[in-house]
Design a protein around this ligand. Structure first.
Ligand SMILES: CCCC/C=C/CC(=O)SCCNC(=O)CCNC(=O)[C@H](O)C(C)(C)COP(=O)(O)OP(=O)(O)OC[C@H]1O[C@@H](n2cnc3c(N)ncnc32)[C@H](O)[C@@H]1OP(=O)(O)O
Length: 390
């Protein structure tokens, strides 16, 4: 669970009615009394919500609560790197001179809308309409000669947490030694992967930002090294849009199958970051330097067909038949002699393995610097405060 999530969740816990300070209302007016009672009831109701309302709503609740109880924002703005408190401050400050009464009313209305929408689905609700539970973020299965590593955070568009990078490394190491012939990376839900989880940047240890950047560099290098060295055919089954590192590493896969709903997007400049996953080397090689620059410098988003025309994707399938066609194909390929596949892959990869490792080390080191830059910090703060989407 991310720091932002934890922190926002804690705010709602902190809103226990017993801990809420006096509201400073004039108890004489019946309208005010009703309004204060409604407000207090709403504060209690927040704790009883069955579903997490998400960070955006929690931020609104936080801001309205502060405005209703303390009036317009009256505390100094936290520093740029204090992501969480700055995000909270921004939300409160954005309410300007809204009166305490109006804030209280908006708070009550918001909680009331949440209570209605978070009622349990009726038994008639089709299973397909319900979001899958957020359980294990990575699911690894092995069947029919295929080991499948599935990114499984559909409500976060399969964004990669620090733990997931570690888990993928472990899964790839296990797959390289298991009985399977082919290894597949895919995603659950409507996205393939939205890239690095941007809340990873908020998990600061005692070593602060420098330590976060240093450990990020090591993790990135280990993760990509593992893909460079993977000894069996590695296939990406791109089941939806792909962003950031999930796109760049495709240059290290042997085969990439995509649904026609997929898009491919590397918004590094928008994020004040720089290319990774060996893409500074593989992309120009795959699609030519000017097409690669359009993606890696300017963040041009490609459709699946465009990515296929540029050689990043092997084949595009209609979304309706994507899973059926791709898995049938992979099952057939998994019957091929595993040693022949291994040896052939080894010969192909051998030619440039050393180069790839050198590129990976350099990209990781450059990114470490980028993560400490104002450009990057501002972009992440902007995403976390929901001002920017890519
Ligand atoms: C150690 C190795 C480091 C390697 C470095 C790699 C660099 C990269 O990968 S750069 C790319 C980073 N990714 C992004 O910048 C994508 C950011 N996300 C978005 O722009 C949008 O979320 C989206 C376009 C992917 C999807 O937009 P959509 O409107 O359909 O859905 P949302 O409501 O935005 O998303 C649902 C939910 O998921 C959370 N989320 C999505 N992507 C990320 C992410 N990359 N990091 C953290 N959280 C993400 C989003 O905040 C929503 O959460 P809430 O429901 O709690 O609000």
């Amino acid at each position: 669970m991310s720091l932002v999530y934890d922190s926002l969740a804690r705010w709602s816990v902190a809103w226990s009615p017993t801990q809420v300070p006096a509201l400073g209302l004039h108890a004489g007016s019946p309208t005010m009394r009703t309004s204060q009672k409604d407000f207090n009831d709403a504060v209690s109701q927040v704790k009883l919500l069955k579903e997490d309302p998400g960070n955006e709503v929690k931020l609104k609740l936080y801001a309205l609560y502060k405005q209703a109880t303390e009036g317009p924002c009256n505390v100094p703005k936290p520093g740029m790197l204090d992501f969480i408190n700055k995000t909270k401050w921004d939300a409160w400050n954005a309410l300007g001179s809204l009166s305490k009464e109006a804030a209280r009313q908006k708070y009550v209305d918001l909680v009331s809308s949440l209570s209605t929408s978070s009622k349990s689905p009726s038994p008639e609700t089709p299973a397909a309409d319900r979001k899958p539970p957020e359980g294990n973020s990575l699911v690894v299965t092995s069947e029919d000669g295929i080991t499948t590593i599935r990114l499984n955070r559909p409500t976060k568009k399969n964004a990669l947490t620090t733990q997931m990078y570690h888990d993928i490394i472990a899964a790839l190491q296990a797959a390289s030694k298991d009985e399977s012939t082919i290894t597949v990376l895919t995603g659950s839900g409507d996205y393939y992967c939205s890239g690095n989880d941007l809340t990873n940047f908020t998990h600061l240890s005692a070593g602060g930002l420098e330590e976060m950047a240093r450990s990020g560099e090591v993790l990135l290098r280990d993760f990509v090294d593992c893909l460079i060295d993977f000894p069996k055919p590695l296939v990406a089954v791109v089941n939806g849009p792909a962003v950031g590192i999930s796109v760049t590493i495709l240059g290290l896969f042997d085969v990439v199958y995509a649904t026609d709903r997929a898009t491919f997007h590397t918004p590094f400049s928008h994020l004040g970051q720089s290319p990774e996953g060996c893409s500074s080397y593989t992309f120009p090689k795959i699609m030519g330097s000017s097409k690669a620059a359009e993606m890696l410098l300017f963040g041009k988003k490609l459709t699946a067909q465009e990515a296929c025309a540029r050689g990043l994707v092997t084949e595009v399938f209609p979304d309706g038949t994507f899973q059926k066609e791709v898995w049938a194909r992979l099952k057939a390929y998994s019957k091929l002699p595993p040693n022949a596949l291994r040896i052939s892959k080894q010969i192909i990869r051998k030619q440039e393995k050393e180069k790839l490792h050198a590129v990976n080390a350099e990209e990781s080191s450059v990114l470490r610097e980028r993560w400490l830059s104002d450009e990057c910090m501002n972009a992440i703060a902007s995403f976390l405060s929901r001002k920017a989407k890519l």
